[in-house]
Design a protein around this ligand. Structure first.
Ligand code: ZN
Ligand code: ZN
Length: 192
């Protein structure tokens, strides 16, 4: 049991679909969210279920996987720091190439070197990097609890929602300068 077990739920077995082009298989399962599935501000808590529905289709080069994954990402509102919970549904499609086919592509200098090539290893498809690439960039850069979240008061930090329109009496800058002088004088005075 020394294998990296946590990864196993994310693996699809190509034996289910076979190598005859045109054959298909359906997969439905809950994937446990891996660590760091998200960004600094919003992510899917590790171990939370991510329902997956996928269709595997055998093609000449490998197996084409098309599907949908759902997840609930949590984070904090960038304006008021309240918790944010966001249901996301991401569709994806990716070709996983047979190792021999992938090697052939490299030999003939397949043009799209930029695009990452996914290879079937030991008959298994690793969905983790594919779903990470599909889900994480779709997460909001600056999550908010509501589009019209009023945020916090810049002066006192209270949630503007709790006390909308509250104001702070702004001291005339000349008086505040005097007040600063006075407090400075009092603190320097109490020496010996
Ligand atoms: Zn907010
Ligand atoms: Zn305030």
């Amino acid at each position: 049991m020394n294998r990296t077990e946590p990864h196993l739920p994310w693996m699809l077995d190509t034996k289910d679909v076979g190598r005859r082009p045109g054959s298909m298989a359906e997969v439905e399962r809950d994937l446990p969210a891996p660590a760091d599935f998200g960004t600094d501000v919003i992510s899917v808590p590790e171990g939370d279920p991510m329902p997956l529905q996928a269709r595997l289709e055998s093609v000449v080069e490998g197996v084409l996987v098309t599907g949908t994954v759902n997840a609930t990402a949590v984070g904090a509102c960038v304006r008021c720091l309240d918790p944010v919970s966001l249901d996301i549904e991401t569709r994806f499609q990716e070709l996983f190439a047979y190792a021999d086919r992938a090697a052939h592509h490299r030999e003939v200098g397949a043009r799209d070197e930029e695009s990452e090539e996914h290879v079937i290893v030991d008959g298994l498809i690793d969905l983790e990097p594919v779903l990470r690439d599909a889900v994480v960039p779709a997460l909001p850069f600056q999550p908010v609890c509501r589009e019209d979240c009023l945020g916090l008061c810049a002066q006192c930090g209270v949630r503007m929602e709790d006390d909308p329109g509250h104001e702070h009496v702004v001291i005339d800058p000349r008086w505040s300068a005097l007040a600063a002088l006075a407090s400075e004088a009092s603190t320097t005075d109490d020496g010996d």
